[in-house]
Design a protein around this ligand. Sequence first.
Ligand code: NAP
Length: 291
Amino acid sequence: MTILDGKKIAAEIRAELKAQIADLLANHQRAPKLGIVIVGHNPASETYVNNKMKACLEVGIEAIRIAFEDSITEKELLAEVDKLNHDDSIDGFIVQLPLPKHIDEQTITSAIDYRKDVDGLTPENVGRATKGLPCIISATPRGIRELLSRYAIPTDGKHIVVIGRSNIVGKPMASLLMQKHERGNATVTLCHSHTAHLKEICLSADIIIVAVGHPGLLTADMVSPGATVIDVGITRVDDSQSERGYRIKGDVDFDNVAPKCDFITPVPGGVGPMTIVSLLQNALQAYNSKR
Ligand code: NAP
């Protein structure tokens, strides 16, 4: 069994990005610039935004944090998105999710100029991805595909089960893997909370990608020997022993599932670091397309 080390692969990609951006600067080009919009004070969102800012800094991408209070209205936030769409100094931006209940996430993410949509969430990018056209791919699916690729895990002709149908992970992941592409060509089954016979479906999978947010959902009896398991889940569970008062748990019962697998991602240190580095790749892609 091999543990897919997202932390290590992400560090390798950050080094590659750093070299590419250093080259740009050496050729008297400006650095790419990413905007990160955050609304309110959700502690998990604050952590994600800080991690993204830190990662940008490390590779030489300029990052600005654009913070608003919970009291901002949908109309006001739309106006801010419009400003960023028209700001020539910003190559790409994200709106950190979740947003407060009174703001519709679809309305906000759909208002982003697709050329600056480094989260790959606009209808334009989603549509282009579905048609197999050049586009910005959502960061987590892009990171997972990269991880599979760097560990030379084939997808061609394989049965891949994706559990979870969110717009940010499950749906774009399934769409990416079914494309006529060297890193696609899979037979994909997309499962969700209404799926019947989840265990039987998983047992026929070569690769299982779980993005649900229920710790321990994928148990050993659902996994065939030799499978690859990718755990996207991130749930904070109280832990009085930990300095932070919580620890992060994935969707996979890791201790019991891992011995059955050929490859498996840990949580933390698997998909999470790949998501952040894919966002950086998307930011550089948006910068390059503009040029
Ligand atoms: P989400 O919007 O929270 O949706 C969860 C999905 O799981 C839904 O499609 C839901 O089905 C499905 N589901 C719920 N219970 C199920 C069950 N018992 N069996 C099968 N499917 C079930 O999903 P998300 O935003 O993709 O987040 C999922 C998890 O990934 C969360 O823990 C999140 O924190 C984490 N995440 C991690 C990263 C990373 O970089 N590692 C990135 C993004 C998200 P219905 O559609 O029927 O409700």
